[in-house]
Design a protein around this ligand. Structure first.
Ligand SMILES: NC(=O)c1ccc[n+]([C@@H]2O[C@H](COP(=O)([O-])OP(=O)(O)OC[C@H]3O[C@@H](n4cnc5c(N)ncnc54)[C@H](OP(=O)(O)O)[C@@H]3O)[C@@H](O)[C@H]2O)c1
Length: 415
């Protein structure tokens, strides 16, 4: 760790030989960065060495012979792990308490030069985030093409005006034709067993077709070797994207408010919200804010090479969520903590594959340890507006959580 550009620097060197060791060393370095944040007066760089095709600031810090030796050493000792390049950590302007919350990551807001995009291909277009990315891009006047499997469903959801490319992540030919004439790609895929294969095949096709920029939807916690399989997969896809050389931006959002929609039916019928969250504070995010951040990363210059952790504005507990829902619906909704096994069993009964249910329960385990309890200011820094609160989300979706009788009343009033 260190930077050729820092006037004074603290160097912490960790040699790692396995992805697991790399994860542990990264976590320790991240801790050191946080702990020393109040004393930092300038930019701090975590330089995990990476062969980066565009202007390599790490190699510039070494003589060509030393760099060659370093690369050879890495190839010999750690051939499977990518060198990570120059991840910027935001400076502390006034020396805040490190426990106050993660400040926004270094977001280049001063110079908002906008790239003229010919067309952006949005994948996962009917998903929670992809659909929001499309709205944001259309509002900015950016031509959009949506990769969809079911054009009927997509038109009903996105509106007739959106250009559709019918295709599937598992069909490389359909990907290549969807990428024809496109210069930006938003990459999002549902969590499923073939996610790494699917997303890397989009990256390969986009690289082959000369796409100018990709924005990947990853996840808060993405790390190779993570105990959460989804987060391990995301980190592997991120590495593949970096290695592709396509200018790219990685977005790592926290727990999505949209996840609460899976509990809507239970809340409707029982007035109770069940989750294995105990009293964990979770800085959950509205999918619209992820979409807004993605649109900025796609159309504005200055973000290539960055990885942004996106959260909502506050850490909220499930008790707080039940309170916001009660207020929005106009009926008392109670939060009940449930043991992991019961939560997993109930998700399986609702039709989720066993593996996915187990992963979701594991995510709650990590959240209970406070993994996402500190908001970042990154959405605000990127988009210029405060991210939505859970109370906003509850008001927008109150009808989905209202008991059937109340929904009937609303329908009668509307007709
Ligand atoms: N939920 C969270 O708390 C959270 C937090 C951080 C990150 N994430 C990440 O967000 C991603 C999911 O995003 P989301 O919530 O916006 O997605 P989503 O609502 O689950 O929608 C998934 C999208 O992927 C499309 N899709 C699935 N399989 C496909 C295939 N074979 N070919 C083409 N398209 C396919 C779906 O299309 P169809 O309509 O045709 O099915 C849909 O548009 C995941 O990678 C997850 O790890 C989630």
């Amino acid at each position: 760790m260190g930077s050729g550009e820092a006037r004074f620097s603290m160097n912490a060197i960790g040699a790692t030989f396995t992805p697991e060791m790399a994860g542990a060393v990264e976590a320790r370095l991240a801790f050191l960065v946080e702990a020393t944040r109040p004393y930092q007066t300038g930019e701090t760089f975590l330089n995990f060495m990476e062969e980066n095709p565009t202007g390599d600031r790490v190699s510039a810090a070494y003589s060509p012979e030393d760099w060659e030796r370093l690369v050879a050493l890495k190839d010999e000792q750690d051939p499977h792990n990518l060198f990570r390049f120059n991840r910027n950590i935001p400076p502390s302007r006034v020396g805040p308490d490190p426990d106050e919350g993660l400040p926004s990551e270094r977001v280049k807001t001063t110079e908002k030069r906008r790239k003229t995009m010919t067309k952006v291909l949005v994948t996962g277009a009917t998903g929670n985030v992809g659909s929001q990315v499309i709205q944001e891009l259309l509002e900015r006047g950016v031509p959009v093409r949506a990769l969809v499997r079911d054009p009927g469903k997509a038109s009903a959801m996105l509106g007739e005006g959106v250009e559709l490319a019918v295709g599937d992540f598992g069909d490389p030919e359909s990907l290549r034709s969807a990428l024809e004439g496109v210069d930006g790609v938003f990459l999002a895929c549902a969590n499923q067993a073939r996610q790494v294969e699917y997303e890397t095949s989009v990256i390969d096709a986009a690289t082959e077709m000369g796409v100018g920029r990709m924005v990947k939807l990853s996840a808060f916690g993405a790390e190779i070797g993570s105990q959460i399989a989804f987060w391990d997969w995301h980190a592997r896809i991120e590495d593949h994207l970096r290695a592709s050389g396509v200018p790219s931006v990685i977005l790592r959002p926290s727990f999505s408010m949209a996840n609460l929609l899976a509990s809507a039916e239970a809340v409707q019928y029982t007035g109770k919200l069940f989750a294995p969250a105990e009293d964990a504070g979770i800085s959950m995010i509205h999918p619209r804010d992820v979409g807004a951040a993605a649109a900025v990363a796609l159309v504005e210059d200055g973000h290539d090479g960055e990885a942004y952790t996106l959260t909502g504005p506050e850490a909220i507990t499930f008790e707080g969520i039940a309170g916001d829902l009660s207020e929005a619906v106009g009926r008392e909704i109670e939060y009940l903590n449930v043991p992991d096994e019961a939560a997993q069993q109930s998700m399986i009964e609702q039709g989720l594959p066993e593996f996915v249910a187990a992963e979701i329960v594991a995510v709650f385990g990590v959240l209970r340890q406070g993994a996402q309890d500190r908001p970042t200011g990154t959405v605000q820094a990127l988009t210029g507006h405060e991210p939505s609160t859970f109370a906003d989300f509850a008001h927008e979706n109150a009808h989905l959580f209202a008991p059937p009788a109340m929904q009937q009343d609303e329908r009668e009033k509307a007709s």
